[in-house]
Ligand binder design. Structure first.
Ligand SMILES: Cc1cc2nc3c(=O)[nH]c(=O)nc-3n(C[C@H](O)[C@H](O)[C@H](O)COP(=O)(O)OP(=O)(O)OC[C@H]3O[C@@H](n4cnc5c(N)ncnc54)[C@H](O)[C@@H]3O)c2cc1C
Length: 293
């Protein structure tokens, strides 16, 4: 932890400045705008891998003898010995009963990108006290209760909209500010400007200056109050996987091998996780469809 006498970064103007901050030097900041295409390109270069975009899965049908699974798409069928269905918040489209079991909802976030308020490099990410209440690992600490009481007394409206005031810096210096949260079964087309105003108000307070908004956008992720992870086996050869707490980018490199290791493979494929796609699709198209044999 850093305190006001030992600021986390000299970039903060005075006054006001944060009175304490978590300094996490080992944290890694991944820019999704670059990371996701880079990952898809890397996977496409692996032996036997085939990445398709624009391909919508419409049904997943295990063979009666359990030896294979057919994934039906808008561009033809894909057959594999094992199938992992990882569609984020859209689990309820093909597996409504699984979604209902954990009361899966769509969490809608509003975010802002603002012009660089400082010249300095702010480091990987900044979390505020509101983040302590949002993330399970921090929310479970005794200090979180005091933080909540303090915010409840000073700015209860932030708790009402489940604000997580945090920021990351883009390579050219602009800041991505997040975020506010609304849980709903299907996302409304309307964003609430009041939420964006509160987000901006708090960020201005943090930097002690006006901020120029460059972009506004929304994000959606899966949410469940009862679990952070959905890993279901509707059939021994099929896994339905979704991170239901808005932290999916973080544990994904542990979750993915865990799910794959938990699948029992037919004798021919045992000891090997080499994808062997058997496809009858009519177009080399586009969106993650994974059928591993
Ligand atoms: C604004 C925002 C900020 C976030 N910040 C963080 C953060 O700082 N740290 C962190 O760890 N996590 C963060 N998250 C959460 C994280 O992004 C998600 O948990 C993660 O993306 C979930 O990954 P996924 O692959 O399971 O699902 P998604 O990333 O939602 O991917 C699912 C894909 O499946 C596709 N799909 C859906 N239905 C079908 C179908 N029928 N056929 C074919 N394709 C289909 C979708 O188009 C989508 O491309 C954030 C999320 C949002 C929205």
């Amino acid at each position: 932890m850093s305190s006001s006498s030992e600021p986390a970064s000299s970039a903060w103007p005075t006054p006001p400045r944060p009175c304490a901050a978590a300094h996490l030097p080992l944290d890694l900041h991944v820019d999704p705008r670059e990371a996701i295409p880079a990952l898809a390109a890397w996977i496409a270069g692996q032996p036997g891998a085939d990445v398709r975009f624009g391909t919508h899965v419409t049904a997943i049908t295990p063979a009666a003898d359990g030896s294979s699974v057919t994934v039906s798409t808008n561009r033809g069928d894909v057959t594999g010995a094992r199938v992992v269905h990882a569609v984020g918040h859209d689990v309820d489209r093909l597996f409504p009963a699984l979604a209902k079991e954990i009361d899966l909802t769509r969490c809608r976030l509003q975010m802002l990108e603002v012009a660089p308020p400082v010249k300095e490099d702010l480091g990987p990410a900044f979390l505020t006290g509101l983040s302590m209440l949002r993330y399970g690992g921090l929310a479970a600490t005794p200090a979180a209760r005091d933080v909540k009481e303090r915010i409840q007394a000073s700015t209860p409206e932030l708790l009402e909209i489940a604000m997580n005031l945090m920021l990351t810096q883009r390579p050219e210096g602009s800041l991505v500010l997040g975020d506010t949260h609304v849980d709903e079964d299907s996302t409304s087309p309307f964003d609430d400007e009041r939420l964006a105003e509160l987000l901006l108000r708090e960020a201005k307070e943090l930097f002690g200056q006006d901020l120029e908004v460059r972009r506004r956008w929304r994000g959606v992720y899966a949410h469940s109050a009862s679990t952070d992870f959905l890993i279901a086996s509707p059939h021994p050869a099929v896994r339905v996987v979704s991170v239901t707490s808005g932290i999916g980018m973080t544990p994904s490199f542990g979750l993915a091998p865990d799910v794959l290791d938990g699948l029992s493979w037919p004798a021919a494929a045992a000891g090997s996780v080499q994808p062997d796609l058997k496809t009858t699709h009519d177009d080399a198209a586009h969106a993650p469809v994974a059928a591993l044999a």
